[in-house]
Design a protein around this ligand. Structure first.
Ligand SMILES: O=C(O)CCC(=O)C(=O)O
Length: 290
């Protein structure tokens, strides 16, 4: 576990750090300003329109846009990974020093990034993420060491993140309900927590940042509003010396920009399939990941 000195103006206070380890999550309020959140909204909308134009799930190396047919609302862009290779706004916020300030007390300041992802929950759609633990997606497990301590997921609320528009729920303490064995598939999905009294929506205002552990149960929620979008910008980080995959984000606190060949992260064929493709044309099933 990392111990760093707290400075008076740090966003991530000792109480946040304590809550993160005790409850498996925390929310840091007011990290980004409304003007900055507006930039993220505009960038996310551009990607949503791109997905709508493409009309089908599309990938270029680590960048993927997942497009689904939704029985209620039709063709729907529900998520994407790694906009930051192609989008200066998303890239800027991915490595914003305030995000480092949030994660540094947990995993230190030499950090690689595995997740750079946007989730949309379209009003009236069936989009949801059944209750789960993110350990399920940290594959292959051999690439990660001490996942419980070395990994942290962050989510920037781009819209108000509320029960009505599909805020994800969180289960405080659920990271301590199980052994931290990445190969124990029986703990990956966790539908039984729907009835757990601890389960509640992780409500956030735009610009707040939620952090959660790889073993904390979370997910669920539908956007039952008529018109209100629910966009969440998720960035997942790992202590660099505990992971053999990912793009560097910070090395001893210094920002590492994306350049050169994309790293091996979750798309196994990143070096072999270099061109853009529609998943359906290559007969591939592009499973949505987190
Ligand atoms: O977008 C959401 O509501 C859920 C996100 C989630 O469960 C995840 O990223 O693991």
């Amino acid at each position: 576990m990392t111990t760093i000195a707290y400075r008076g103006n740090d966003l991530m206070t000792p109480d946040h750090v304590r809550q993160y380890w005790d409850d498996g999550y925390t929310v840091v309020k007011g990290v980004f300003t409304e003007a900055e959140v507006e930039q993220m909204r505009t960038a996310c909308d551009r990607w949503k329109f791109t997905g709508q134009l493409l009309g089908r799930t599309w990938r270029k190396q680590n960048t993927v846009i997942w497009v689904e047919e939704d029985k209620q609302v039709g063709t729907t862009v529900r998520g994407m990974q790694w906009p930051s290779y192609h989008d200066a706004v998303m890239d800027k916020f991915r490595t914003d020093p305030r995000l480092l300030m949030c994660i540094e007390p947990i995993i230190g300041d030499s950090v690689k990034q595995i997740i750079n992802q946007v989730h949309w929950k379209r009003p009236g759609s069936k989009t949801t993420w059944p209750l789960h633990r993110d350990v399920r997606s940290r594959r292959p497990s051999s690439a990660f060491t001490d996942l419980f301590e070395s990994w942290v997921q962050t989510g920037i609320a781009i819209d108000g993140h509320m029960e009505d528009n599909g805020a994800m729920s969180i289960v405080p303490g659920s990271h301590r309900d199980v052994d931290h064995d990445p190969e124990d598939k029986s703990v990956w999905m966790a539908p039984q927590y729907a009835d757990d009294v601890r389960t509640h929506p992780m409500e956030m205002e735009p610009g707040d940042v939620g952090l959660w552990n790889a073993f904390t149960v979370h997910g669920g929620g539908f956007n039952t509003t008529k018109y209100m979008d629910r966009r969440l910008y998720i960035n997942g980080f790992v202590a660099a010396d505990k992971c053999t995959r990912g793009e560097w984000a910070w090395n001893q606190g210094r920002t590492c920009h994306l350049y050169g060949e994309p790293a091996l992260i979750q798309f196994e064929e990143v070096d072999e399939i270099r061109g853009a493709f529609y998943a359906s044309e290559l007969g591939r099933k592009e499973v949505i990941r987190d």
